[in-house]
Design a protein around this ligand. Structure first.
Ligand SMILES: [Zn+2]
Length: 177
């Protein structure tokens, strides 16, 4: 029964997304009067998506600000909304791209995120977006984005080396005994 209800909910959301290509490209503004089922905004970070650009490109929507982050420059109001939803999301429910944005914005919390990819999957996300838009990206990357992520890559690699050499020493001890 719960599954049927869930499927119905998903079917409605997919239909809405087809009818409105900009469905869930922005977060429902905190404090606004939400229209519930008919509200075109996303109500959690996982629900956010890029515009559906199957039939046409929506460069203007990207210029206005898409809240699903692909490394693009974010406006202060977008960051306020992001921050509101990030704070109320359980740690394990935060999508990787949102962890990445939080890291680039607030970093460095390398240790707590050490099991996440160095770029939080951003390279792959950007590549898929680029392909879906015929090779063209609709935005400029944040300044220093790749420098910040590159530094994280180096730190993670150094930590992995430490863990490996610690593990190797431990196994030697076991062999001796
Ligand atoms: Zn809403």
């Amino acid at each position: 029964m719960a599954e049927t209800r869930n499927n119905d909910f998903l079917r409605v959301r997919v239909a809405q997304s087809r009818a409105n290509p900009l469905w869930c490209t922005k977060l429902c503004p905190p404090g606004s009067v939400c229209q519930g089922d008919k509200c075109p905004f996303a109500h959690n970070l996982s629900e956010l998506k890029a515009p559906s650009e199957m039939d046409q490109l929506y460069d203007d929507a990207w210029k206005d600000g898409v809240d699903r982050w692909y490394g693009q420059i974010m406006q202060p109001e977008q960051m306020n909304h992001f921050s509101y939803y990030y704070e109320k999301t359980q740690f394990f429910d935060v999508p990787d791209w949102a962890r990445g944005l939080h890291y680039v914005w607030k970093g460095p919390h390398v240790l707590s995120d050490r099991y996440h990819m160095w770029d939080y999957g951003l390279t792959m996300d950007v590549e898929l977006l680029r392909r879906s838009r015929g090779g063209r990206l609709p935005f400029e990357f944040m300044p220093n984005l790749w420098i910040i992520l590159g530094a994280r890559h180096g730190q993670l690699r150094a930590q992995t080396q430490e863990v490996i050499s610690y593990g190797a020493k431990r196994s030697c001890v076991h062999i001796v005994f």
